[in-house]
Design a protein around this ligand. Structure first.
Ligand code: FMN
Length: 390
C-alpha cells in the first residue's frame, strides 16, 4: 500500500472558525433550531390519523421555505435504502434521496443551512466525486450545505449494494479514511495522490474550494466508535436519548451523555454541538395536545414498524436505550424524544433540554405543515421571550 501524501486527520478548522459563515452565524443563537424534513413516507409516525405530511418535493420545499421564513437555522433530510414496501403500511418506503433533494433546496432558499444524510460507504462513493459534488453544493448554497455522514446500520441496505454488512467499528474506520481524503481534496492546493485497499487517487484535484474551509460536518450516533468519529470530525453530533423517547427520562440521562461527547471533542481541541430531534405535539392547551397525541396513538398502523424497529436487522447502538422502554404508544408517534403539551409547556421542555446540554433541536411534527405553522405562531415567541432565540 502506498500513501504518497497522508490525508488530513480530523477536522481542525471547519466553518465555525469563520465568523461570517452560515454555521458561525447560526451558532450565535442560544439554541439552534432545525426542521427534520419528512422526505420519506409517513415521516416518523406509524399512524393512520389523517394528515397532510407528504414525502413529495413540493411539500418539503414549502416546508423548508416556511422554516426559513420563521428563522430556523437548519433543515435535515434522512437517507434510507429499503426494499419494496419499506417498513410497511404508512411507512411504505417511498422516499426522496436526501443528497439530491436538499441540493435542489439550496437553489430555492437563501439563509437556512441544509444537511443531507449520505451513506459514504455505499456504492462505493469515490472521495473525488464526493469532494467535487460537496464543493459545488457549498458554492451554490454559499456555505449553507452540510453532510450527515452515516455508514449504514441495516444489513439489508448493504446487501442491496451487493455485499454483507461491514462490521460496526470497521465502518467508522472506513468513514474516517473517506472523509480524511475528502478534506484533503477540499484543502489541497496541489494535485493529490493516495492509495489504500479501498480507494485510489492519482494526481487528483478539486475545485472550487469550499467557501469556509469545508461544508458543515455532522454524524448521528450513540456508539463509542461513532462518538470518537464525532469528536474528531463533526461540527454537530445528532444524538438519541440514551433512555428512550420519554422526555423526563431523556432529560435525566442526556447530561452525562452530552458531557462525555463534548469532553472527547475537547481532548482533540475541538467543539462539537449536541443536536436532538424531538417530535413536538403542541396545541393551545395541554388537554388538546394530549387528545391529539391519543388520536395519533389510537390510529396506530398495525402494518407499519415504526422507524424500522424489528423489521430489519440493525446493529445501531444509538437506539438501544429504548428497547423495553418505548411502548406501542411511543412507537406510533415516533421520533427520538417526544414533547407533548401547550406552547408554554413545549417551550419549557426546550429550555430544560438546553439546561441538559443540548445545543439544538431538530423538530419533527405529526402533521408537518399545520403543526409547523402553529409552532411558529405560538411557541417561537415564547422561545424568544425565554432568551433561547434572538
Ligand atoms: C438522530 C439520528 C438520525 C439518524 N439518521 C439516519 C439516516 O438518515 N440514515 C441512516 O441510515 N442512519 C441514520 N441514523 C443511524 C446512524 O447513522 C447510525 O448508523 C446508527 O446510529 C448506528 O450507529 P451507532 O452504532 O454509532 O449509534 C441516525 C441516527 C440518529 C441517532
Amino acid at each position: 500500500m502506498t500513501v504518497p501524501h497522508a490525508p488530513v486527520r480530523g477536522a481542525p478548522s471547519g466553518p465555525a472558525a469563520f465568523p461570517d459563515s452560515p454555521l458561525a452565524c447560526a451558532l450565535r443563537q442560544p439554541m439552534l433550531l432545525g426542521l427534520f424534513l419528512p422526505i420519506q413516507a409517513g415521516g416518523w409516525s406509524a399512524s393512520q390519523l389523517p394528515r397532510t405530511t407528504d414525502w413529495s418535493f413540493d411539500y418539503n420545499a414549502a416546508l423548508v421555505r416556511k422554516a426559513e421564513d420563521l428563522g430556523f437555522d437548519l433543515a435535515f433530510g434522512l437517507s434510507q435504502w429499503l426494499p419494496k414496501g419499506g417498513y410497511g403500511g404508512v411507512l411504505n418506503g417511498q422516499a426522496l434521496d436526501s443528497f439530491m433533494a436538499l441540493a435542489a433546496m439550496a437553489a430555492i432558499t437563501s439563509k437556512i443551512i441544509l444537511i443531507s444524510t449520505v451513506h459514504v460507504l455505499y456504492g462505493p462513493w469515490h472521495p473525488l466525486h464526493f469532494a467535487k459534488f460537496g464543493a459545488t453544493l457549498d458554492h451554490i448554497s454559499k456555505g449553507r450545505w452540510g453532510v450527515n455522514i452515516v455508514t449504514g446500520h441495516r444489513a439489508v441496505e448493504h446487501e442491496m449494494f451487493g455485499w454483507s454488512r461491514i462490521e460496526h467499528d470497521r465502518r467508522y474506520e472506513l468513514a474516517s479514511e473517506f472523509i480524511d481524503v475528502v478534506q484533503r481534496l477540499w484543502s489541497e492546493t496541489e494535485n493529490y495522490s493516495y492509495e489504500s485497499e479501498r480507494w485510489k487517487l492519482n494526481n487528483a484535484f478539486v475545485t472550487p474550494k469550499p467557501m469556509y474551509g469545508r461544508p458543515v460536518l455532522v454524524n448521528a450516533t450513540g456508539s463509542d466508535a461513532g462518538i470518537d468519529f464525532a469528536a474528531r470530525y463533526s461540527d454537530i453530533v445528532f444524538m438519541t436519548s440514551p433512555t428512550g423517547s420519554e422526555i423526563e427520562s431523556a432529560l435525566d440521562s442526556l447530561p452525562a451523555h452530552i458531557a462525555r461527547i463534548k469532553r472527547e471533542a475537547r481532548e482533540n481541541g475541538r467543539e462539537v454541538r449536541a443536536l436532538i430531534n424531538p417530535m413536538v405535539i403542541c396545541r393551545e392547551t395541554e388537554r388538546e395536545a394530549q387528545a391529539y397525541y391519543r388520536a395519533i396513538v389510537e390510529h396506530a398502523d398495525p402494518e407499519a414498524a415504526p422507524q424500522g424497529m424489528g423489521r430489519f436487522d440493525s446493529d445501531a447502538h444509538a437506539w438501544r436505550g429504548r428497547a423495553g422502554r418505548d411502548g406501542p404508544e411511543h412507537r406510533a408517534l415516533g421520533g427520538n424524544i417526544q414533547i407533548v403539551g401547550s406552547p408554554d409547556q413545549v417551550a419549557n421542555y426546550i429550555l430544560r433540554l438546553k439546561a441538559a446540554g443540548i445545543d439544538g433541536v431538530q423538530l419533527s411534527f405529526y402533521d408537518f405543515k399545520p403543526d409547523l405553522d402553529f409552532f411558529g405562531a405560538r411557541v417561537l415567541p415564547l422561545l424568544k421571550q425565554a432568551g433561547l432565540r434572538r
